[in-house]
Design a protein around this ligand. Structure first.
Ligand code: SAH
Ligand code: SF4
Ligand code: F3S
Length: 469
């Protein structure tokens, strides 16, 4: 293992050296960058790292894509429409390049890990300068240098992940809250999902690297962290000295100055009793849990390779509610998985009604090339899926509304995040349950945790009044 550590440190030093070299060449040019991010929080956090590298090179952030000299798309391929959006944008960028000859266009992220996408970009989108994948984002400076020196298009896609490279610069989107990767990749191979194919095998970061990062963030003013992984509940299993996610949380809890801990995503099959107990005892773990169930039909769950039944899921929900009766549960649901019948769909509706989710992210099944589900017979006709999808939305909304109504009249701690976008007299923050609340207040409150009494509830947000101590 020692060799691997030496290798990553060497890699970090190499990249830092290239960043300094490029800064010498580019800093005076006052170039600007613009990044567009698609997909999940993992991608959003990768973009923070990419920003960190670009700013150290000497680029500053542009207000609009049109005035940027470096445009980067960090892509997602979990569903087809995410990919279509990127192709649409790429076509448009051709015109920008005609106007600004210095413009460099780069694309990275999950979509780039697919051979058919690379082929298309090589052939159709010849104005794209740099293409890289999910395993080598830390190399951005090196790829820019290569493009400048060789004047050739750069394609750098790794089929497999390398060692985890630590300690590269990051620009956080918020001063008081931050995301921290605790693991990368996924080993679950749900039959509908492309993520394991584009993000590689599951690997956890060393506990000490995570703890040090959180401590550094807290020293820099962060009070809320979001621990990220495709399946955080299996954190630590692949380390030389295995450790559970619950133990990691217990240690993070000890960090003084840290107020709130969130994490995502939790896979039901790995949500252990130890973890539920840790959530129950914690003072810092937020009152929210994202626990995707995908389908209420145990028959379909088996075909999806999810590793639990509808009954297992309901048992988990009961256990969690026993330790945290008011916890806000959220979920992901897929409609129209191959062979889904009306009876299967009724099981999904039943689960939604029984659990009473605070919010549910609902998706129409999208066929992904290379996944086992894409080859399954009995793909559900689009019209049937759409009709079910609308019925699902109708079922989710009133439940979310009911949960919010129950918050009216109560006082909650709120982390103030920003000025309200529509009304400058208001600020916007989040309850521990992650629910959005707007209330009268000034900018000075941003980054503070304050007491707010809820006065009105809408389906997906609340209105409140600050309660003075
Ligand atoms: N690792 C997370 C999910 C990451 S993908 C987990 O296991 O919970 C986020 C969500 O996208 C999934 O929960 C699923 O609901 C949805 N999704 C994934 N593949 C999909 C597909 N092919 N079609 C439609 N939705 C999909
Ligand atoms: Fe995809 Fe399943 Fe892995 Fe989540 S756990 S990323 S849904 S394969
Ligand atoms: Fe995330 Fe999309 Fe990739 S959901 S892991 S950005 S395929």
């Amino acid at each position: 293992m020692r060799e691997a550590i030496a290798m990553t440190e060497e890699e970090t030093l190499k990249q830092k050296y290239i960043i300094t070299q490029l800064n010498g060449v580019l800093a005076d040019k006052k170039y600007k960058y613009f990044i567009t991010t698609y997909g999940c929080q993992m991608n959003a956090h990768d973009s923070e790292k990419l920003k960190g590298i670009l700013e150290q090179i000497g680029y500053s952030e542009a207000d609009h894509e049109e005035c940027a000299d470096f445009i980067l798309y960090n892509t997602c391929c979990v569903r087809e429409n995410a990919e279509q959006k990127v192709y649409g944008r790429l076509g448009y960028l051709k015109h920008l390049k005609e106007k600004n000859p210095n413009l460099m266009i780069a694309i990275c992220g999950c979509m780039m890990q697919q051979n058919h996408v690379i082929k298309k970009i090589k052939q159709v989108y010849k104005h794209v300068d740099i293409v890289f994948g999910t395993h080598n984002i830390y190399k951005l400076a090196e790829l820019i240098q290569l493009r400048l020196e060789t004047k050739e298009r750069v394609f750098d896609i790794w089929q497999k992940h390398g060692e985890i490279v630590e300690d590269l610069p990051t620009i956080r989107n918020h001063p008081y809250k931050a995301s921290v990767n605790i693991m990368f990749g996924c080993n679950n191979f749900c039959t509908f999902c492309i993520v394991p194919h584009v993000r590689g095998r599951e690997r956890s970061r060393q506990k000490k690297d995570i703890i040090n990062e959180v401590k550094r963030l807290v020293a820099d003013g962060v009070i809320e962290i979001m621990l990220l992984g495709q399946n955080v509940n299996s954190y630590g299993k692949t380390l030389d000295e295995p450790i559970t996610f619950a133990r990691l949380l217990q240690e993070i809890e000890q960090i003084e100055g840290l107020e709130r801990i969130r994490f995502m995503t939790s896979h039901p099959k790995d949500l252990s009793d130890e973890l539920i107990e840790t959530i129950g005892q914690s003072k810092k773990i937020c009152n929210a849990l994202h626990l995707p169930f995908q389908s209420g039909s145990s028959r379909l769950l088996k075909k999806m390779n999810r590793g639990y039944t509808k009954e297992d899921y309901m048992t988990l929900v009961e256990k969690i509610k026993r330790v945290r009766p008011t916890i806000a549960l959220t979920t992901d649901i897929i409609v129209g998985f191959p062979s889904e019948t009306e009876d299967d769909f009724q099981e999904t509706l039943d689960l939604v009604k029984r659990v009473g989710f605070d919010n549910a992210f609902t998706f129409i099944y999208s066929k992904r090339t290379g996944t086992p589900a894409a080859k399954m017979d009995e793909q559900v006709p689009e019209a049937v899926t759409k009709e079910r999808f609308n019925r699902l939305l109708d079922a989710v909304k009133p439940i979310a509304n009911r949960n919010n109504q129950e918050r009216v009249g109560k006082v909650f701690n709120v982390l103030v995040e920003m000025k309200n976008r529509q009304d400058e007299h208001l600020v916007t923050g989040r309850l521990s349950s992650n629910t959005l609340v707007h209330f009268k207040g000034s900018e000075e409150l941003i980054g503070e945790i304050v007491s707010v009494k809820i006065v009105k509830a809408m389906s997906f947000y609340l209105m409140g009044e600050q309660v003075m101590p």
